[in-house]
Design a protein around this ligand. Structure first.
Ligand code: ATP
Length: 141
């Protein structure tokens, strides 16, 4: 079966993944995308989420903090704002980040006058924390 090379790099961790895979499922600003070998060329922005990598009949998850993806027929390159393999994720840190983001979002919603809270930033922090918890299979509502 044909495969496609996937490289994921982040500024803090460098190269975190470099393997031939069967399929990549990502959430882009234009919606969910499934990338198979020989995909058409594409350049897109990715949102914070749990990326799904299909390889050898199994599925691996990677927590992505957003970034950019370039696709050619032979290769996928993900330039990640942040990215972690399951073993590198600190669950308690992600739970604290999630609580902090949820508190900020609640405060923003309750504010009667103009709030100093950057709601876009709080939503992105919440999405990063949720992606990390999902990759670690930690339940949340
Ligand atoms: P926090 O508020 O806990 O710092 P964050 O989402 O703001 O979370 P980022 O700015 O996305 O953190 O990441 C900064 C660095 O810390 C990156 O190298 C990222 O991989 C790492 N990182 C963030 N959260 C975790 C975590 N829960 N476990 C392991 N590494 C993490």
């Amino acid at each position: 079966m044909a495969t496609i090379k996937l490289d994921i790099v982040s500024p803090d961790r460098g190269e975190i993944f470099s393997k031939d895979i069967d399929m990549l499922i990502v959430r882009s600003t234009a919606g969910e995308l499934g990338i198979l070998p020989r995909h058409a060329r594409l350049l897109t922005e990715l949102l914070p989420h749990a990326m799904r990598i299909k390889i050898g009949g199994g599925e691996n998850l990677i927590a992505l903090g957003g970034g950019f993806m370039e696709v050619t027929p032979e290769k996928i390159t993900v330039l990640a704002r942040s990215a972690e393999l399951p073993d590198d994720i600190d669950i308690e840190r992600a739970q604290r980040a999630r609580k902090r983001a949820e508190d900020r979002i609640a405060e923003y919603k309750q504010a009667t006058k103009e709030s100093l809270i950057d709601i876009g930033r709080a939503n992105a922090a919440l999405a990063r924390a949720k992606a990390r918890l999902l990759v670690k299979n930690v339940p949340f509502n």
